[in-house]
Design a protein around this ligand. Structure first.
Ligand SMILES: C[S@@+](CC[C@H](N)C(=O)[O-])C[C@H]1O[C@@H](n2cnc3c(N)ncnc32)[C@H](O)[C@@H]1O
Length: 404
């Protein structure tokens, strides 16, 4: 099959970008041409003094540069991008998605699909975007295909339905919280840290959602102790042509990482506490975590179950476990309030998608060390006769607050 030349790709892209329905084009992925400091370039229509222009936003490791061009003056910037040779180019228009992938060997694959649902980028206002499903179903998505969630035509694989729902629900919470925290208006890329990222479903989805759907420049780091999942996640990021995403194989909280947003989806047992502590240490504006199994307090409560009015509850394994789950998350939410976060606990998804369906949402901005919260915390510890792991994870600064 004929491999398109650079001139042919230029003509194809210019045509798409000049169309009246054009919404956004993203150039990203390992460059195979001229060396470049840009990890991703986003092209979109903008209005300058009432006239349509085309904006090129160049995202580097530490800076973002934007340039606006008149529609008939995009030949040079487009040529520059094609010379850089980004591995992936994705163009969204109201009716069609265009996907151009270049393999390591230089083979170019061009995919086109009909946009069955209005693309969020094409839909217009911030308000409309927030209401849309973040990653709609039934529309070809290179990312969802790479993640093994959907087929090439956008059909969600039955075995991946629960994961698909979890990712979308998580992104909805992220989307709402973005407006609450002014994260969409930083004059630099948002730093997002995914703790216990596993095979990077949410990591790459959050990266795509922020950068490509919402147009919010974001750098994303996924951390996990398991070197095998980190290796696979790096491969996936490469195949998804996701620039500005990194992975690190280490325990949560063992390195100082700048983070505006910390997320954790089903990080096992006390790894959720470590993610919470990381968010507090990084002074993150936003934390969204969906806890997983709880073992720590389960053991401690079991040991103190010998006497008192709670004996009929704690003597049964299943009731002990559910009680420990509730208390663990109540301690976490309260500790976050003490640390100066407006915190609530909400249902994440319906139980048929996962029984681990509770989300702790915390937004920085309340006074730290509030006396009423500290008193509640001390009372809870006295009542249950336990010291939750979150206290250890948050360390000396927190212990000082609750001693005060
Ligand atoms: C149930 S998986 C969830 C993965 C991913 N967040 C998702 O929802 O698809 C939990 C992940 O947390 C990782 N993990 C557990 N404890 C950890 C720790 N202390 N530090 C870093 N990663 C941890 C595990 O290796 C595993 O990949």
């Amino acid at each position: 099959m004929h491999n398109p030349t650079r001139a042919e790709l230029h003509a194809l892209l210019k045509d798409a970008i000049s169309g009246p329905d054009f919404a956004r084009a993203t150039f990203a992925g390992a460059a195979r041409g001229a060396s470049t400091e840009w990890v991703r370039v986003v092209v979109r229509p903008v209005e300058v003094r009432g006239a349509r222009h085309v904006q090129f936003a160049y995202h580097g490791a530490k800076k973002v540069l934007t340039k606006n061009f008149e529609p008939d003056a995009i030949d040079d910037p487009l040529d520059e991008l094609l010379l850089i040779g980004f591995a992936g180019v994705h163009v969204s228009a109201r009716a069609e998605e265009l996907d151009i992938r270049t393999s390591r060997k230089g083979r170019v694959h061009i995919g086109r699909s009909r946009a069955q649902v209005h693309s969020a980028a094409a839909a217009g206002t911030e308000h409309n975007r927030a209401k849309d499903v973040p990653l709609p179903e039934g529309r070809a998505s290179h990312l969802l295909e790479v993640l093994g969630i959907s087929t090439a035509d956008g059909t969600v694989r039955p075995t991946m339905r629960a994961k698909f729902t979890q990712i979308n629900e998580f992104l909805k919470h992220l989307s709402h919280a973005l407006d609450d925290t002014e994260l969409a208006r930083l004059n630099r890329p948002v730093e997002l840290l995914d703790c216990g990222c596993g095979l990077s479903y949410l990591t790459l989805a959050a990266h795509h959602y922020l950068n490509d759907v919402r147009g919010i420049p974001a750098r994303v780091v996924g951390v996990d102790v398991n070197d095998e999942v980190i290796r696979k996640s790096m491969e996936r990021a490469e195949r998804a042509a996701a620039g500005s995403v990194e992975f690190a194989c280490r325990r949560i909280g063992t390195a100082d990482v700048p983070a505006d947003v910390v997320i954790a989806l089903h990080a096992c047992d006390t790894a959720t506490d470590d993610a919470i502590a990381q968010a507090v240490r990084s002074d993150a504006r936003l934390l969204l975590c969906v806890p997983c199994c709880h073992h720590d307090l389960n053991r401690a409560l079991g040991a103190s179950a010998g006497d008192g009015v709670l004996r009929p509850v704690l003597r049964h394994g299943i009731l002990l476990q559910r009680t420990a789950d509730l208390i663990t998350d109540a301690f976490r939410a309260l500790a976050l309030r003490i640390c100066g976060y407006r915190t609530d606990v909400v249902e994440f998804v319906a139980t048929e998608h996962t029984p681990r369906n509770l989300m702790i949402r915390a937004v920085r901005g309340a006074p730290a060390g509030d006396a009423a919260h500290v008193a509640e915390y001390q009372e809870m510890k006295r009542f249950w006769r336990v010291t939750p792991y979150i206290e250890k994870a948050l360390g000396e600064p927190f212990q000082q607050l609750v001693r005060a």
